[in-house]
Design a binder for this molecule. Structure first.
Ligand SMILES: [Zn+2]
Length: 62
């Protein structure tokens, strides 16, 4: 039972466009303002998305 609000800042789709995302079978919404945090500092959102703090690092091979 997730409200349609940004999981980070709590703004609703009436205030700001929201993007849908799925994590561990649960649908969440996040606004474009908070999306960079999810991309670059997912551990900051671990409180909202349990398990993110253990997200394995992506292997970059340049
Ligand atoms: Zn937000």
């Amino acid at each position: 039972m997730t409200e349609n609000t940004c999981l980070n800042c709590g703004r609703s789709a009436n205030e700001i466009p929201l993007l849908a995302l799925e994590y561990r079978g649960v649908m969440y919404s996040i606004c474009p303002h908070c999306l960079p945090s999810l991309i670059h500092k997912p551990q900051n959102l671990a409180e909202k998305l349990p398990g993110l703090e253990n997200l394995p690092p992506v292997q970059h091979e340049d």
